[in-house]
Design a protein around this ligand. Structure first.
Ligand code: AHR
Length: 498
């Protein structure tokens, strides 16, 4: 059996966990909105057509922020099409996903849904086919009390109080050639600066996210971030990162080593933000919004066969397996390890589209990736401790990959300490120790394990608990030393309390 240890010190703190790191994403895409969160004809829908069974599962996930309405979709969207009387809303083509958008669900319905789902909005504006004026109008519609054309229009639509949306994305993936209105870094940086400046003239209390690269592998990565921030540094608070991984070659060790790549991605973006800060002799730091992350590849082939111009098709419906859940746990651990700079993150997406929650006409169920998200979102609050992982490593294309991904969070008020650990070893158990003598009187309250003998095991509507966590771990504290045996290919949540 391999041996490993974690080294923590309660005074060595990475940073406070910003709860918005447990955000997610709903795009007008596939069945995310229609049949996902909104389905008036469903027996599970409330009087507004919002699916209550889905809201129940979202509430368990504890998602404090949801990005909306896209994604690629937002780059061709006219938000005005989705407000006002439903009978007057136009059906339009959506060139991002080659479908028809009925506009029966829009901004105000999303805000109603967000309230019911106990979440806050992160609203994206269209900087693809539209620009500064549109960005100004939507902030006016959402955030001004009244007494102006767009704020009064909101009132006319039945919403007396402003929506008061605090966090806004300045477009989506503007570096991507697939994006409607794709721009060079220079073009986008200028536009983001001007749109951001004017949005803040309407409401100075908002925070803004500028688009970083769509992935670490983009040819323009690095220069994109540098140029964009050089233009709009003063106007924004965050720079975005997006990244999806896939096990296309069926090489699980390499797939699991993507946490190393993600860590390098985050560190590189932090370096660029700080380099621009230095060049500009700025006091303010730019933080990171990892506002699209997940595994995405299972549905790619199927989606290529989709016919154009249908409504709410089964699109991007990845069915996740057990190894995907392990990587999702590893990705969340990686972001937590950068809690000082990663302040916002969105699991892309939330329902039906590359999602932890799936729906049918007969119910809603949890995919494998639901479980690590639920566990870390619920227990990974408080402060992140600098967690030194002493574990054997294996070679990967990203360099040495440790067999363990781990992070520790501490909640001083509630006197709890939580260890999150993924054992990536596919064959062997791993012995784990951690010196907890600084944490006098702490004992293991629960040791939750997500494990399965089959890396490709999935959950289905008929068998939704095939991959599910159990309280079956053996962690114990003796004389201040935590000891546990972590079975091969597994995710662990070890909860300690005084
Ligand atoms: O989440 C699916 C798509 O992935 C989003 O629309 C886009 O931003 C990204 O490329």
């Amino acid at each position: 059996m391999k041996k490993s240890s974690l080294c923590i010190d309660k005074h060595f703190i990475v940073g406070d966990v910003d709860d918005r790191i447990y955000g997610s994403f709903i795009e007008h895409l596939g069945r995310a909105v229609y049949e996902g969160i909104y389905q008036p004809e469903s027996p599970f829908a409330d009087e507004q057509g919002l699916r209550e069974d889905v809201i129940k599962l979202i509430n368990q996930l504890n998602v404090p922020l949801v990005r909306y309405p896209g994604g690629n979709f937002v780059s061709g969207y006219h938000w005005e099409d989705g407000v006002g009387p439903k009978s007057e809303r136009p059906e339009k083509i959506d060139l991002a996903w080659n479908v028809i958008e009925t506009n029966q669900f829009g901004l105000n319905e999303f805000m109603d849904w967000a309230k019911k789902a106990n979440t806050a909005p992160m609203m994206a504006v269209n900087l693809g086919t539209r620009g500064v004026d549109d960005a100004k109008n939507i902030v006016e519609y959402c955030n001004l009390k009244g007494g102006s054309y767009y704020s009064d229009l909101r009132k006319k639509h039945g919403y007396q109080d402003p929506h008061d949306i605090k966090l806004w994305c300045l477009g989506n993936e503007m570096d991507g050639p697939w994006q409607m209105g794709h721009k060079t870094a220079q073009e986008y940086g200028r536009l983001a600066a001007e749109a951001g400046r004017i949005m803040k003239m309407v409401d100075p209390s908002i925070e803004l996210v500028a688009c970083g690269s769509s992935a670490l592998t983009m040819d323009t990565f690095g220069t994109w971030e540098d140029t964009v921030l050089s233009e709009c540094y003063d106007q924004v608070e965050y720079l975005s990162l997006h990244q999806y991984y896939g096990n296309r070659d069926d090489n699980t060790p390499e797939f699991m080593a993507n946490t190393v790549a993600m860590d390098q991605f985050i560190s590189s973006v932090i370096s660029i933000c700080d380099a621009v800060k230095a060049k500009k002799r700025q006091k303010k730091s730019i933080n990171l919004s990892f506002d699209e992350w997940n595994v995405w590849y299972h549905s790619n082939e199927q989606d290529e066969k989709l016919e154009r111009w249908c409504k709410a098709p089964h699109q991007l419906e990845d069915i996740y397996n057990f190894e995907d859940a392990l990587l999702v746990a590893g990705m969340m651990i990686t972001m937590l390890r950068h809690a000082d700079r990663v302040k916002v993150a969105c699991l892309a997406q939330l329902v039906n589209v590359i999602a932890p929650i799936m729906t049918s006409d007969t119910g809603a169920w949890k995919q494998t990736i639901y479980h690590p998200f639920e566990l870390i979102s619920n227990y990974g609050r408080g402060r992140v401790l600098n967690t030194v992982v002493n574990a054997p490593v294996y070679e990967s294309i990203h360099g040495d990959a440790p067999y363990l991904d781990s992070v520790c969070t501490m909640d001083e008020e509630n006197e709890t300490l939580t260890l999150f650990v993924v054992n990536k070893d596919l064959e062997d158990s791993m012995e784990l120790t951690c010196d907890l003598r600084q944490f006098q009187g702490y004992q293991v309250k629960e040791h939750i394990v997500l494990a399965h003998s089959d890396l490709k095991a999935i959950n289905t509507e008929e068998n939704p608990n095939n991959v599910a966590p159990v309280k079956a771990g053996n962690a114990k504290v003796t004389d201040g030393i935590l000891e546990a045996v972590l079975c091969d290919k597994s995710f662990h949540v070890i909860r300690l309390a005084k």
